[in-house]
Ligand binder design. Structure first.
Ligand code: ZN
Length: 108
């Protein structure tokens, strides 16, 4: 995974903290990543396969979006959306930045 220092979710810049472990502890539980809403950090256990790490990152970003927009997602829904976004972005690299729709429309 490309080194990412921070992830911006709306008005919040989360510092990305990479722990060279396969699991980390958060609030007395073992996990592979978590968002610290107070500390504004996204912490991830990096001793996981790259695809798993990509999924962990998107899972935590969905948590951050959920918190910002007060969607009220359940943990399973965060997992599903995280994998869904990861799946679409991996299969459609052009969607990783804003497509130039204007150019297409004015050309026709
Ligand atoms: Zn979660």
């Amino acid at each position: 995974m490309e080194a990412i220092q921070s992830i911006r979710v709306g008005p919040v810049d989360y510092e990305v903290v990479l722990e060279p472990l396969s699991e980390i502890s958060h609030r007395g539980r073992s996990c592979t990543g978590y968002v610290s809403f107070d500390g504004l950090k996204i912490v991830m256990a990096t001793k996981n396969p790259p695809a798993r790490l990509f999924g962990i990152m998107w899972h935590e970003v969905v948590h951050a979006i959920d918190d910002l927009l007060h969607v009220g997602l359940e943990e399973k829904q965060v997992d599903q959306l995280g994998y869904g976004i990861m799946m679409v972005l991996r299969d459609n690299p052009a969607l990783r930045s804003m497509p130039e729709w204007e150019k297409e429309v004015s050309a026709g």
